[in-house]
Ligand binder design. Structure first.
Ligand SMILES: [Zn+2]
Length: 345
């Protein structure tokens, strides 16, 4: 069994490594998960079989098809991770936490099969998924589990987490979810790990999370607010958030459709994401930007006709160059910022 990572090191599922070894890093992905909406899971449907005839319908209406949200095959996941490596990628952060079926042993196997470095998250997803795991546990009990996952490993696996989250926040933010966030701050103080957050769908949620973490004594420079793609649409909203010192994450890269089933909003495409990122760079927030795909459905994997984990190194980097992002800017977003955030403080 490997030892725990120390300050200055990154805690991967196969043990501690130096931050310079990470390479291009995807900060918010799921290699193995089950994010089936609870109401869909309750109906007891058979799993969808994706064919050329239905792949568009399943991809477009992604919440309506049971099985699309279940990533549970280790060898498929390893093949998909290998495509990321072949495109120039180095590290995938799997932020699958309690409530959406984390599988640390599976993640370790994926690293061994694919050669991709994997960092695992610890914590609790939104209450509608994780209510059983959160239960009536106290802030200290919840914090103790997260700290143990980072220091000693998940249960008896000897496989350790390296980041806290994705921590789920709903709109409105529930009492149980606030308890979890408070616990995440304690775990951050104890371990030096970064907290990564799934905010509520309300545009005020990212700011509320930033203020909550600061007032609880957390380090907001090590706080990543994810899913900005479906939460903040205007430049001034983005700059107002980054002004809080947090890291903004655009993690829907590869979703080029405006349709979003959970709310009446128009999702941006990759071009619009890069426009907002360009504005954040111009305003001097270059150290506070990370990107990812948040893959959690089979139709986004290459095997079922999707873009796969290789989309950012293969396609988005090319688009950034075409849009005159400099090489240092690209490196900062894809390599340096993730390396800093994944290094235990
Ligand atoms: Zn996610």
């Amino acid at each position: 069994m490997t030892r725990a990572a120390r300050a200055g090191e990154v805690s991967t599922v196969t043990g501690p490594i130096g931050p310079e070894a990470l390479g291009i890093t995807l900060m918010h992905e799921h290699l193995l998960c089950d994010v089936t909406p609870p109401d869909l899971a309750a109906h007891g449907h058979p799993r969808i079989e994706v064919t050329l005839e239905n792949v568009h319908a399943v991809r477009y209406g992604w919440v309506r098809h049971y099985g699309n949200h279940i990533l549970d095959d280790v060898s498929t996941a390893a093949e998909e991770a290998a495509l990321f490596r072949e495109a120039g990628g180095g590290t995938i952060v799997d932020v699958t936490v309690a409530g959406i079926r984390p599988d640390p042993r599976g993640l370790k196997r994926i690293t061994e099969l694919s050669g991709v470095t994997v960092v695992a998250g610890t914590g609790y997803y939104i209450e509608s998924f994780a209510s059983e795991a959160i239960g009536t546990r106290s802030v200290d009990e919840l914090a103790a589990t997260m700290i143990a996952d980072i220091r000693d490993g998940f249960e008896d696996t000897g496989i350790r987490a390296g980041i806290i989250g994705e921590i789920g926040v709903s709109d409105p933010w529930s009492e149980a979810e606030r308890r979890v966030m408070q616990a995440a701050v304690i775990a951050q103080q104890a371990t030096g790990a970064t907290i990564t957050v799934h905010p509520g769908r309300d545009s005020e949620s990212p700011l509320a999370v930033a203020r909550f973490v600061r007032s609880a004594g957390g380090d907001t420079s090590r706080l990543v607010i994810g899913h900005l793609d479906r939460t903040l649409f205007e430049t001034d909203e983005v700059l107002r958030l980054l002004d809080q010192g947090v890291v903004g994450e655009w993690d829907f890269f590869g979703i080029e459709s405006s349709y979003y089933p959970f709310a009446l909003i128009d999702l941006p495409n990759d071009g619009r994401r890069l426009e907002l990122i360009r504005a954040a760079l111009a305003a001097g927030f270059g150290e506070q930007i990370v990107i990812s795909h948040d893959i959690c459905t089979i139709t986004r994997l290459s095997r079922w006709g999707g873009h796969g984990y290789g989309h950012i190194p293969r396609d988005v980097v090319a688009m950034m160059r075409r849009k005159s992002f400099s090489e240092p800017e690209i490196r900062r977003i894809l390599v340096a910022n993730p390396a800093r955030l994944l290094t235990l403080a």
